[in-house]
Design a protein around this ligand. Structure first.
Ligand code: C5P
Length: 233
């Protein structure tokens, strides 16, 4: 996929999601369907997006027993999703089952390591003594060893992940704010260019595009900022 922009369709109504996708489909590479939209609209929204010719990222952060996750990955393959998230902390057997189920398809699995909403204190409360950054590395290694060759990582982690996995692992980075746009609830955001320069393959952007007065102009401006040199192709 040439266009590195993934837009988060974080809306509760299928009509709103499809209207936004229609506007943006020639300006961004991928439409992200998250828990909010999927819970409200179900798999039909994915079918409709596919019928429009959109690439779809199903951000369902799966975490269950290996058999259930494998069957769910098969369903995502049938829906024609391009990306699907699974929680790395589901463990080795779950990750391997997910990767076996996606094998031979065009679905790229992405492992979520530590949610950025979790602090040291939250991990301790869960009985996990690791610092969040150490746990990110541990879980990323586990995911890659289990053949889940894609990672969701924050702008703070992406450089280290790219050094650790120089090739063959897809890095997807949310927490992006174009220069001058509102931070909303993102605390340590990077600009689109910074994220790509640090090694992201794809950037996830929601409100800076979807809440803009002109979403197409906002997406085109971000795409133009990525075309400026010096950026790797
Ligand atoms: O609107 P905004 O650009 O903040 O949306 C970011 C998208 O990326 C949302 O769909 C959100 O769920 C997701 N995300 C995030 N931060 C993370 C992981 C995922 O913002 N650490």
């Amino acid at each position: 996929m040439k266009n590195k922009i993934i837009v988060a369709l974080d809306v509760p109504e299928v009509s709103e999601a499809l209207a936004m996708a229609k506007k943006l489909q020639h300006s961004v590479g991928v439409m992200k369907v998250g828990l909010e939209l999927f819970t409200a609209a179900g798999p039909d929204v994915v079918r409709e997006l596919r019928a429009m010719g959109c690439n779809v990222f199903l951000d369902l952060k799966m975490h269950d027993i290996p058999n259930t996750v494998a069957k769910s990955v098969e369903s995502a393959v049938k829906l024609g999703a391009s990306f699907l998230t699974v929680h790395a902390c589901g463990g080795a057997a779950m990750l391997q089952s997910a990767s076996d189920a996606a094998h031979g398809s065009s679905l790229q699995l992405l492992a979520v390591t530590v949610l950025t909403s979790l602090t040291d204190k939250d991990l301790l409360q869960l009985g996990i003594p690791d610092k969040p950054a150490d746990r990110v590395h541990r879980l990323a290694k586990l995911a890659v060893e289990c053949n889940v060759r894609g990672l969701v990582c924050s702008p703070e982690e992406v450089s280290a992940m790219r050094s650790e996995y120089p090739a063959g692992v897809v890095l997807v980075t949310p927490g992006i704010r174009p220069e001058g746009s509102a931070m909303n609830d993102q605390k340590r955001a990077a600009t689109p260019r910074e994220a790509i320069q640090r090694g992201s393959d794809y950037i996830v952007i929601g409100r800076p595009i979807t809440a803009a007065a002109d979403p197409v102009a906002a997406a085109e401006a971000i795409a133009a900022s990525l075309r400026q040199s010096p950026l790797k192709a």
